[in-house]
Ligand binder design. Structure first.
Ligand SMILES: [Zn+2]
Length: 220
């Protein structure tokens, strides 16, 4: 996998419209909105928007938004442009998506009209009940954790694949894979640890490194 561009008319528009699934919890809807604000504050070549009249991606045809934000668990299946596609891993095996983990997944639907394959739609799926360890045992992850998960998937939705992930270390950022959840006194105080050695790096804030800025802007 590599960085893939969106179809030309979408790329020229510089905006990815998002449809929040009607099934989203209030926590996830808030996290989606917060992460979009954080992303747009980065002032990159592309922004995200939730239009008032946002329409879901239909099973077929050109209507609807570019990006749909769903929550789920188990087998993840989406439909667009007359195609049903199921979330699979690199080996092509169907993924049993965890509803309690702390990371999401973004599937893109690409098309080719004789040229390179370009992205036409993206489906973001986040776990429906993210859990973390805290004093007293497992509990629901707090809003900062959900914000990070959503922000990370927005970066994927711009066209970056798992191969472009940031490593943990001094340049860790919002695109780092497998950060550690750090439980606060209350869920509201939870945060992600992106780099656990000095210099320790936390999220919030939701930021990205110059390397990831370059990848996104180079694709838009
Ligand atoms: Zn990722």
């Amino acid at each position: 996998m590599a960085v893939v561009a969106w179809e030309t008319s979408i790329r020229n528009g510089k905006v990815l419209n998002v449809f929040p699934s009607a099934k989203l919890s209030k926590g996830w809807l808030d996290a989606l909105k917060t992460s979009i604000v954080a992303f747009n504050n980065l002032k990159l070549n592309v922004t995200f928007a939730i239009p008032n009249n946002a329409q879901a991606i239909p099973p077929d045809g050109e209507d609807g938004v570019e990006v749909q934000f769903n929550m789920g668990r188990g087998t993840i299946t989406n439909q667009a442009h007359g195609t049903t596609f199921t979330l699979t891993d690199k080996a092509g095996q169907v993924v049993n998506f965890s509803g309690t983990s702390l990371h999401g997944s973004t599937q893109t639907l690409k098309r080719s009209f004789g040229g390179p394959h370009l992205i036409r739609r993206a489906f973001i799926t986040v776990p429906d009940k993210p859990q973390m360890s805290a004093t007293g045992g497992q509990r629901d992850a707090g809003p900062n954790i959900l914000n990070f998960i959503a922000f990370h998937e927005l970066i994927h939705a711009t066209g970056l694949s798992n191969d472009e992930h940031s490593a943990t270390g001094p340049n860790a950022d919002g695109f780092t894979i497998f950060p550690t959840a750090d439980a606060g006194k209350t869920a509201k105080d939870d945060r992600m640890i992106l780099n656990s050695n000095p210099p320790r790096i936390f999220a919030p804030p939701l930021t990205i490194s110059p390397r990831v800025v370059g990848l996104i802007n180079g694709n838009w």
